[in-house]
Design a protein around this ligand. Sequence first.
Ligand code: FES
Length: 109
Amino acid sequence: MNEVIVGHISEFTDRRGRVFRLGELELALFKLSDGEVKAVENNCPHKNGKLSEGMVCDHHVYCPLHDWKIDLNDGLVQAPDEGCIQTYPVFVDDKGNVVLQLAMQSKVS
Ligand code: FES
C-alpha cells in the first residue's frame, strides 16, 4: 500500500471537488459537510462526466452532465441508473494532511 499526501485539510472547501492526478490516475476528492474526505475516480460511468465538478449532498455526488447520483462511500450509482466507480481509501492524519492510500498496482480502468 502506497500512501500519498494530496494536500492539507485546510485547503479543502466543504462539498467542493478537488482533482488529484498521479500518473494515469485522475481522482476527485471531496470534503463532506461532516469533515470526512472521500476519494473516487474522476469519471462518471455514464459518459465520463468530471465528478469533481459535481454537486455534493450528504455522501453523494451528482454528475454535472446528466445528474446521475453516485454514493461516495461505495461508488455505486443510485437507481434508476446503474454502474459503479472506483473508490480509494483516504484519511486525515494528526497533522491535518489528507492521505490517499493506493494499492501498489492501482490503475483506473
Ligand atoms: S456523464 Fe455523468 S450522468 Fe451522464
